[in-house]
Ligand binder design. Structure first.
Ligand SMILES: CC(C)(COP(=O)(O)OP(=O)(O)OC[C@H]1O[C@@H](n2cnc3c(N)ncnc32)[C@H](O)[C@@H]1OP(=O)(O)O)[C@@H](O)C(=O)NCCC(=O)NCCS
Length: 184
């Protein structure tokens, strides 16, 4: 990859995936508890490998609009999760954000640290105007993470995702560049 993405926070490095990451990504991607609120998973090994191949391909697109990044714990260089920000429609300068972490590393503030860094990256480097995310109303930890990035809850999307055999609602969260700028 020509211009790899690397975002450093206090405890984490968010970097582009490499092919060998599939094993660490499979630990969380195959965990039923981790993926309970995701429309995908639990993954087979071939599904995780295909995901990594897709992410590598998207990372090479020009102009790049999809940033799926591995979250690595600094001291031990251990991949503990993934996160991403994607621009669906460049004309609107809007990006959406997501994250998923290995269950062993929940509850330590890592998702908040990664999500805040991605929001900052979205506004400062990608020059976005608005960043949004959705989460299942039952996914209290994710809703809390989104709120801590400065996002506001804008509403409830009714039955908008088909997840684990059922149509589910989602909360919609978003933050505007002007709001982010006021806080930083
Ligand atoms: C959601 C997820 C990323 C959170 O990761 P994390 O590293 O544990 O998050 P953090 O430690 O940064 O913050 C979690 C916050 O949620 C709170 N929280 C956790 N479980 C909670 C619960 N059941 N009810 C209410 N709050 C909860 C924590 O107390 C913390 O808030 P605080 O700092 O104000 O105390 C992680 O649980 C995960 O990977 N889940 C599976 C994938 C997923 O759901 N991704 C999001 C899809 S929208």
């Amino acid at each position: 990859m020509k211009n790899p993405t690397r975002i450093e926070t206090k405890r984490l490095i968010l970097r582009d995936f490499v092919a060998a990451d599939w094993k660490a990504a499979h630990v969380y991607g195959s965990d039923p508890k981790v993926v309970q609120f995701m429309p995908w998973g639990p993954n087979s090994t071939s599904q995780t490998r295909a995901y990594i191949r897709r992410v590598l391909r998207l990372g090479g697109e020009k102009p790049r609009t999809k940033f799926e990044l591995a979250v690595v714990l600094k001291p031990e260089d251990r991949l503990i999760g993934g996160c991403g920000i994607r621009i669906q429609n460049p004309a609107f300068m809007e990006g959406d954000l997501g994250y998923v972490f290995n269950r062993l590393y929940w509850g330590k503030g890592y998702a908040t640290e990664a999500a805040k860094a991605l929001v900052h990256f979205g506004f400062s480097k990608l020059k976005l105007h608005r960043i949004w995310a959705t989460c299942d109303p039952l996914n209290k930890a994710s809703a809390r993470v989104l709120a801590k990035t400065g996002m506001k809850r804008e509403g409830l999307l009714r039955r908008n995702v088909f997840q684990k055999g059922a149509w589910r609602d989602s909360y919609l969260y978003a933050v505007l560049e002007s709001e982010h700028r006021r806080l930083h």
